[in-house]
Design a protein around this ligand. Structure first.
Ligand SMILES: [Zn+2]
Ligand SMILES: [Zn+2]
Length: 236
């Protein structure tokens, strides 16, 4: 008996962007040196038409933020750029709000703001009793093409639904489980080959409901869970 393995289409682009919003020093109590970090993580997902340079729409997921203080026992450990970069990476990796972005190993290095490192090195050289504070925004973006949208439709609904005696809404022929795709927004189902031309319109051809917006939470979860890219689903 044939079973379908569901997979997520790989993103066509994913990127991490960091901007430092402000940084400043102020005197710390008891002559300690501390680094304070306020972080504003954002993630977004978008879909682009095949060959298009920009996504036609994207959804922002607002993050949380907090101010976390890291006491530095020996400021001498922050007096070179390389050492400061390493120490900052460790601090940022400890921030719970950044964990929600589920960064890869490569992406962690990109999270350390380059403009902050020399400022911390300078502060660490000047005095022991300062707090160095910086506020940063971290934005992780994932873009899928229509194939990703098509895969999300399958994965979300088809596995749990019985197609029964349904016919394809486009060609009116009978649907088989192996060849069918059900929309995320409604109960309408189509042959994969029939809907694949239409999917760039991002609406259901039967009822014109928005296809991809209802799927965004699931696609976000899959995109940021680092699910292995397996390409198109196989029939086993
Ligand atoms: Zn059809
Ligand atoms: Zn529909």
């Amino acid at each position: 008996m044939a079973t379908i393995r569901y997979a997520t289409a790989p993103p066509v682009e994913h990127s991490i962007e960091v901007d430092t919003i402000c940084f400043y020093e102020h005197a710390a109590p008891a002559g300690r040196f501390a680094v304070c970090v306020a972080c504003y993580p954002m993630s977004s997902i978008g879909f682009c038409r095949l060959g298009a340079a920009l996504p036609h729409e994207s959804v922002m997921q607002p993050g949380e933020n907090s101010l976390t203080t890291f006491l530095v026992a020996d400021p001498a450990t922050l007096r070179t750029a390389a050492a400061c970069h390493g120490a900052l990476r460790g601090m940022l990796a400890a921030l719970p709000e950044l964990q929600s972005l589920r960064l890869t190993e490569d992406e962690w290095d990109a999270v350390v703001p380059a403009d902050v490192v020399p400022a911390i090195v300078g502060a660490a050289r000047r005095a022991n009793g300062f707090s160095f504070c910086f506020h940063m925004g971290v934005h992780r973006r994932v873009i899928h093409d229509e194939r990703g949208l098509l895969m999300a439709c399958r994965e979300w609904r088809l596995a749990a639904s019985a197609l029964g005696e349904k016919d394809c809404g486009i060609c009116l022929d009978e649907l088989e489980r192996e060849s069918a795709v059900q929309m995320t927004c409604c109960e309408h189902a189509f042959h994969r080959r029939c809907i694949s031309e239409w999917i760039s319109k991002a609406t259901c051809p039967m009822c014109r409901r928005d296809v991809w917006r209802p799927a965004v939470p699931e696609i976000l979860e899959l995109s940021f869970a680092g699910a292995p890219a397996q390409g198109m689903p196989d029939i086993e």
